[in-house]
Design a protein around this ligand. Sequence first.
Ligand code: CUA
Length: 465
Amino acid sequence: MAFAITIALLVIGSVIFHAWSPWWLTPIASNWDSIDTTIDITVWVTGFAFVVINLFLAYTVYKYRYSKKRRAEYDPENKKLEVWLTVITSVGIAALLAPGLFVWADFVNPPEDAHVVEVTGQQWQWAYRYPGADGKLGAADPGLITEANPFGMKGDDPAGRDDILVESAIMHLPVDKPVKVVLRSKDVLHDFAVAEFRVKMDMVPGAISYLWLTPTKTGTYDILCEELCGVGHFVMRGRVKVQEQADFDQWLASQNTYEDALALAKVDRANGQATYAMCAGCHGVQGEGNPALNAPQIAGLQDWYVTAQLEHFKTGIRGGNPADTYGAQMIGLAAALPDSQTIRNLSAYINSLPATQTKQTLSGNLKNGKELYDHNCSVCHGDNGRGVWSVHAPKLAGMDDWYLARQLRHFRDKVRGAHPEDDLGHQMQLMVSVLGDDEAINDVAVYISGLGYSDPSYVAASKTK
Ligand code: CUA
């Protein structure tokens, strides 16, 4: 009796929970109402089966409970009952699957006039490629991916020259235009999913998958990776910004093409050296840093990292928080750098300066620091803190411990990395949240800084050509 009541209560509870649950579908922002319809059908069919079968179970448990006056009957074959059950189950399964097949047929058939955007996934970042005026994406090959060619563009394909390369977590789409989203992965399985669009599709290394949709509402929506792709899976987040056509066109025109990227790859170190004069006052003539002025050593930092930071200071993405006093100083200085070519030249010069050993200024537990580093930071920054360009993780080994500790605290306290366009900073905030208190931060900062002492070869290894 008690068992029958429990089953009945479970059924009633589940139905009430479903009706009053706060977790409903997000408001739809694409053409895929039909996917919502299939979800509704699934809920109705499975919900009906769940309620009927469990209530029937509760009923039989109660009705045919043990009684001395009754004996069980042995009835292994019942043709009539089996036919009935087979027919009802088949109808239920067909009702579940058939509407989905129609939607799927539509889902894998992009309209002729759909424009194309390519999304690339890698551990743990998104990047986007738009065809230029020719409307065609150039050929690309993961085997060709290098620091200077992160999309693996095939240089000899003329269709690729005007391709627009966007190395940012934010994707842009014009509203009310059908788009075919082509998906590639550089390393492992990922999955491109936008809940508001009701679309998701696996990204498979070595293969090209796709989906299509028409965004119907302007706004910004989260892109989530919905395939477990390693330790950083939870930080693999992007956004898609749906805009009016004019705003989209304006944004697209401001982005670099592959041709631009090739031109920018040529740097002038002598020009960078001349610009460096304004940095030397605080960071030292050789980029050795000056703790008294809160200027860390910058010599030997990877040029792509320095470029990104200077661009961020210049645009206020970094250093804009009032609690970041020294970051605010950098905003003023970066504003004096006229264009991205100047910044690239300067970064190349800073990279060419010889990194020297910084002094230990904090005390920390090296054993704990190593453990924290190995389980968290090393995933992106590498085993020995040399930095890994493909995940935009800069060199850390040998850097000033006081500077590392301050930045970690800034990430933890959302002083750094909180700007909506600072996606990598946001990733750092999520990663640093596991470190916790100041003591743990000191431990890991001292350990990382010390990696440079034990491994002199890091200086050479972090050099970019
Ligand atoms: Cu990429 Cu999970």
